[in-house]
Write a protein that binds this ligand. Structure first.
Ligand code: AMP
Ligand code: FE
Ligand code: FE
Ligand code: ZN
Length: 286
């Protein structure tokens, strides 16, 4: 069983459509893939349709999910949520709040980039983002198009879009303890995404992780491309101490990142344990 529980489509800042992501998951030899777009479930229906339309004999299980933008003590962090009821109003409202503020903040970032001499426009960013939950990676692609930087990752530096960078503007992000409770109340299973991704900015303390565990966190995403081996060992020890499961996933973004689908995977027993905790939705297909 090859299980990848973290992937983005163009419903947020990935480049594959949800249907293309399903096809890519089959091509990568995955048995299970989770669709976890930032602050949105708008790709779920298309991905589910693509799973149902797979040729006979081709099997893939889709885990509908999302990755919620959170912030605690000024530190941004991401919470993965699986198999929640997308119609549950409190969590749906919170996703909507974050998505709406992404537009205000996106315009402000474009304005900052222009003040700093980058010839990009909001219309260009809107074209790149399409219907996707708009974010810094779309603005990064605009900076690449304009020849300001050579690659999306080159846009995530202090000069431009990195956390605290010259053109970074904060967005509304949910308190993570509140977020964990919202996900559970919607029947979902919350997992802390890349908790040790220090190259993106400050990471939260073990005390915060302990508080999240207390609030109902299910697991830490340990095997992730942004974690070096000592970080993984430290997180595995912390998870054991706090009674949390550990997952591994690619955080695939199509062409916007170099990581491949299935580059990191989750243990089947852990996957089964996560699914057993969910009451808001069921895995699709497979
Ligand atoms: P936003 O959600 O708009 O705040 O942007 C955060 C997103 O930017 C993350 O989900 C990643 O996809 C991407 N990102 C963050 N740091 C980097 C980086 N160093 N290189 C490439 N992409 C990054
Ligand atoms: Fe992303
Ligand atoms: Fe993330
Ligand atoms: Zn992600």
């Amino acid at each position: 069983m090859r299980i990848d529980l973290h992937a983005h489509s163009n419903a947020s800042d990935g480049t594959d459509s949800p249907a293309e992501l399903v096809a890519a998951a089959v091509a990568a030899g995955l048995d299970v893939v989770a669709l976890t777009d930032h602050d949105t479930v708008s790709g779920h229906a298309e991905a589910a349709g693509a799973v149902h339309a797979l040729a006979p004999g081709t099997r893939l299980t889709l885990v509908p999910g999302a990755e919620l933008s959170c912030q605690v003590g000024g530190i941004s962090m991401h919470l993965l949520a699986y198999l929640f009821d997308p119609a549950e109003p409190a969590f749906a409202r919170e996703r909507e709040l974050v998505r709406t503020d992404r537009f205000r903040r996106g315009r402000a970032i474009v304005e900052r980039c222009r003040e700093l001499g980058a010839p990009i426009s909001w219309e260009q960013v809107e074209r790149i983002a399409g219907d996707g939950s708009v974010g810094r990676p779309h603005i990064a692609s605009a900076l690449v198009e304009a020849g300001v930087v050579a690659s999306v990752s080159d846009a995530f530096t202090a000069d431009w879009l990195a956390n605290g960078g010259r053109a970074d503007v904060r967005k509304h992000e949910t308190d993570p303890v509140t977020a964990v409770r919202l996900v559970r109340a919607a029947g979902g299973v919350p997992v802390f995404a890349h908790p040790g991704a220090s190259k993106r900015g400050h990471t939260v303390s073990d005390e915060v992780i302990a508080a999240l565990a207390e609030a109902g966190l299910a697991a830490l995403e340990v095997d992730h491309t942004d974690h070096d081996e000592p970080t993984r060992e430290r997180l595995r020890a912390l998870a054991a101490e706090l009674g949390l499961l550990t997952t591994g996933s690619s955080d695939y973004h199509g062409g916007r990142k170099t990581v491949r689908l299935g580059e990191h995977t989750t243990d089947p027993a852990v996957y089964e344990a996560l699914v057993a905790q969910a009451t808001g939705a069921k895995p699709i297909g497979g």
